[in-house]
Design a protein around this ligand. Structure first.
Ligand code: PMP
Length: 375
């Protein structure tokens, strides 16, 4: 058996996907070529790309008035590509950002190069919630506290802060917030495909693939068609959504192998019962881990209970001198990549789609055992 892999990304992929890729490595479906060796414009790769898009549309019920784009540069490049494409729409040159952790802060910083950028809300302060003092970036600012500019060209938020372990899934109706013309743009990188998406709430969703969707190298952008065609003149043509959409994501050579693996992940997800089934499994996994953390006096979860991510669970040992032993013994027990991000410290278990409940139970058993031996 392979070890359980709790990496935050690039992260665990379904074993079946890796095995199929291995079996098809030198000869895809009898065509005599590896997917890596075929022209992106040939009949075989066109089929791979078309199926990947169709399967993704089916999994997420993407409405017809949205484009699905396969791009490069990761979510980090999107931090620039989003304002380059959207900020000129409507003429105000304004965009608003919700700050909820490291990734949304990076998005906000990059956007400042392109226009009049304001902070609509921030969780960068301590806040008492449910009687508990929550540290900065361990909670999510509720939509009722957002300060929105109705003429902004978009509102950006990160719906799952991978490092802080904060998730925001109840995306608001912008009209109800008094900003009906402001499209909501969401960086969903680290919980993409882990749960359903309500496209009536989001005009654009983007995600680097390397958590739930596949290997690093491809960024999925799902964008409402009316947002296309407003790119700034300085926008690189390969990053202009209208160009990418107009060429079916083949404006230039796309990351063919990454798209192929993502396509295999989409087919695997359909076999698991689709997004509703994986969402139920993810909820059960998160429930198991957080309820253990909450009952233990040995470990602690820093995140406000209502905002805890189902995908990324940071936790601390109350006695931090045991961190090194915890990680070394976890490694030896076949539980990999549990070290927390350096900015937060402690531990982090990323329990993406490809980590089943069995893997989470193995982690909990190990944690209980470690607690018995060192508590
Ligand atoms: N946003 C989020 C939420 C992320 O988790 C990450 C990567 N971990 C990024 C953006 C940046 O992605 P990339 O490194 O692919 O550019």
């Amino acid at each position: 058996m392979r070890p359980w892999n709790f990496s935050a990304g690039p992260s665990a992929l379904p074993l079946e996907v890796l095995q199929q890729a291995a079996a098809e490595m030198t000869d895809w479906h009898g065509c005599g070529m590896s997917v890596m060796e075929m022209s992106h414009r040939g009949r075989q790769f066109t089929q791979i790309r078309d199926e990947a898009e169709a399967d993704l549309r089916e999994l997420l019920a993407v409405p017809d008035d949205y484009e699905v784009l396969f791009m490069q540069g990761g979510a980090t490049a999107e931090n620039a590509i989003v304002p380059l494409n959207l900020i000129a729409r409507g003429g105000s040159g304004k965009a608003d950002y919700i700050l909820s952790g490291i990734w949304s802060n990076k998005s906000h910083k990059e956007a400042q190069r392109y226009g009049d950028i304001a902070i609509a809300a921030s969780s960068g302060t301590e806040q008492v919630l449910d009687g508990i003092a929550q540290a900065p970036w361990t909670w999510f600012p509720g939509a009722d506290t957002w300060t929105l500019r109705p003429d902004a060209s978009y509102l950006h938020l990160c719906s799952n802060e991978t490092i802080g372990g904060v998730e925001f899934s109840d995306w608001p109706d912008m009209a109800a917030l008094g900003a009906p013309d402001v499209p909501l743009v969401v960086d969903a990188s680290s919980h993409f495909l882990s749960r359903a998406i309500d496209f009536s709430r989001a005009a654009m969703v983007y995600a680097g693939a390397q958590k739930n969707a596949g290997p690093a190298g491809v960024t999925v952008v799902i964008v409402r068609k009316d947002l296309l065609g407003h790119a700034l003149p300085v926008c690189p043509s390969a990053f202009d959504y209208a160009n990418v959409a107009g060429a079916d994501s083949m404006f230039n050579t796309p990351p063919t192998y990454a798209i192929y693996i993502a396509g295999l992940v989409f087919k695997w997800l359909k076999k698991q019962g689709g997004v509703a089934a994986i969402e139920a499994a993810n909820a059960a996994k998160a429930r198991a881990l957080y309820s253990y953390l909450d009952t233990s006096d040995f470990y602690l979860s820093p995140v406000h209970a209502a905002s805890r991510s189902r995908m990324n669970a940071p936790f601390f040992l109350r006695d931090e001198t045991l961190n090194g032993d915890f990680l070394a013994e976890a490694d030896a027990a076949g539980l990999m990549q549990l070290k927390g991000h350096k900015s937060v410290g402690g531990m982090r278990a990323s329990i993406y789609n490809a980590v089943p409940l069995e893997g989470v139970q193995a982690l909990i058993s190990y944690m209980q055992d470690f607690e018995r031996r060192h508590g």
